[in-house]
Ligand binder design. Structure first.
Ligand code: FMN
Length: 456
């Protein structure tokens, strides 16, 4: 690093920050610790890919001896459940509750993220990885971007940032999302802070799209304590427990961004996007850089999970919803399985329409009964095989607004992509005939009585 000085020690704050996550992962023997020196230029991503789904701590990075890197923080739902102190199926309810009851976070005078201040800004001295040989450059992928919309107030969201030089990034701001809309309202530079290495629940909140004007940091605080500190050069607040804070401005300049692999693991195209200029850098002592593999388990969880409560809430308005799972096979964005407690024959069809309203990028959905395990793809397929007739139970909606991430959608630059959507009502009919759709169950036996220790 370029001559950092370290300020006064500040006390630890309760919460699930990256360091506590690493401790927890070590204690539960989930953590993979890489002692060997790893180069952030391509090699780091290859190791991350080979270990995708597991938390990994890289202790030694080629050319960045002051830094360690962590990956896989959000790679499993169990990580969120452990951080929130609940079971995996209860996550959807915990998140829905926080969405409904945002709570303003407390402000601290000082926080760990400002322990060290860089005397000079030099972004090339940060261990920003290059993930793929075809990438447009080195990329920050776990950056939580904080802005203030002139009308709607604070907004935090993820945006990939391609490194241009020691002071600049080019960001990807999807059209119509919070920052893109805020930029349309100002004529000058927009102050921005980028927090890297955030606590796990802040990452979850940053990936949400609540109603306009709802502050995601207040959602984060409703999930778990989220103390904030003021930035030192601009009027923005950031999570006190982040590892690294970049303060700067989104300028009016635009340059090419990309190519870069997206959630679908296909290469996203090059577009003209806004340049960010960084004026000030602070970080924790012995900082840890959060590297997030594009298209990996962590990216998928963060994209899909926050949409489950919004689907749940919308479906629950038309029938009784009991579970939602956005599936990894559908890139954790385009496919969902929705479980309902069917009370009327039309509930399945109504749920399909509500699903697409609850998550507008959703492309295919399967609706199942409460006896089907939504987390088990074989069980869902069983429901399709035994309860679904295409001429009766298939809903097709043509020319619908869709995700820009789907390479098979009709993409028109500057406009929302269009696609055909499909819903499968794989619920059993109600009434007399329902019995024939029930699975024949065997009574459970105690296998230890037969000299067998466990199922495997
Ligand atoms: C890991 C990750 C990376 C993301 N990268 C981008 C991105 O580069 N550009 C973008 O516009 N959205 C990106 N998103 C999606 C937004 O951060 C997300 O939809 C957010 O909820 C939008 O918030 P808003 O609607 O309040 O603006 C990413 C999400 C995740 C989880």
């Amino acid at each position: 690093m370029v001559g950092p000085y370290c300020g006064a020690q500040v006390g630890r704050i309760k919460g699930v920050d990256v360091r506590r996550f690493i401790e927890w992962a070590r204690e539960t023997r989930a953590l993979v610790e890489i002692e060997r020196t790893v180069d952030p230029d391509l090699e780091l991503a290859r190791v991350m890919y080979a270990l995708d789904g597991r938390p990994v701590l890289f202790r030694d990075l080629t050319g960045f001896s002051d830094w360690r890197a962590v990956a896989g923080v959000c790679a499993q739902r169990q990580h969120f459940a452990a951080a929130l102190g609940c079971k995996v199926p209860d996550l959807v309810h915990r998140v829905a509750d926080a969405l409904a009851h945002p709570t303003l976070p407390p402000m601290l005078d000082a926080g760990p993220c400002q322990e060290c201040v860089e005397r000079e800004v030099d972004l090339t001295s940060l261990p920003i990885p290059r993930y793929h040989p075809e990438d447009g450059g080195r990329y920050v992928t776990a950056g939580v971007v904080v802005i203030k919309d002139p009308d709607l107030g604070r907004n935090i969201s993820f945006h990939r940032l391609m490194l241009l030089d020691g002071h600049h990034f080019v960001a990807r701001f999807v059209e119509g999302r919070g920052i893109h809309t805020a930029l349309g309202k100002v004529t000058e530079d927009l102050p921005v802070a980028i927090a890297i290495g955030c606590p796990i629940h802040v990452l979850l909140a940053a990936a949400m799209s609540p109603s306009k004007g709802v502050d995601e940091l207040s959602i984060a605080h409703a999930i778990s304590p989220t103390p904030l500190v003021r930035c030192q050069t601009i009027d923005l607040e950031v999570p006190a427990e982040a590892e690294l804070i970049l303060e700067g401005r989104i300028t009016r300049a635009q340059v090419d961004e990309g190519p870069f692999p997206d959630l679908t693991e296909t290469m996203d195209i090059v577009r003209r996007q806004p340049v960010i200029e960084i004026d000030y850098v602070t970080h924790r002592q012995e900082p840890i850089f959060h590297a997030l593999l594009p298209g990996g388990a962590e990216h998928k969880n963060l994209m899909g999970m926050p949409r489950e409560p919004t689907i749940f809430a919308r479906v629950d308005e038309v029938c009784r919803c009991t579970g939602v799972y956005i599936t990894p096979g559908g890139t954790s964005w385009l496919h969902a399985v929705v479980q309902i407690e069917k009370q009327h024959e039309e509930d399945g069809r109504n749920a399909i329409e509500a699903d697409f309203q609850g998550h507008t990028s959703l492309k295919h959905v399967v609706v199942v009964d409460t006896d089907v395990d939504i987390y088990d793809s074989a069980d869902v397929e069983w429901a399709i095989a035994t309860r679904f007739q295409a001429d009766r139970d298939l809903v097709i909606l043509t020319d619908q607004p869709s995700s820009s991430l789907d390479p098979s959608a009709t993409q028109v630059p500057g406009r929302k992509a269009r696609t055909t959507k499909m819903g499968l009502d794989a619920t059993a009919p109600l009434g007399e005939s329902r019995r024939k759709y029930e699975r024949a169950r065997y009574e459970l036996v105690d296998l230890s009585q037969y000299g067998v220790r466990d199922k495997t």
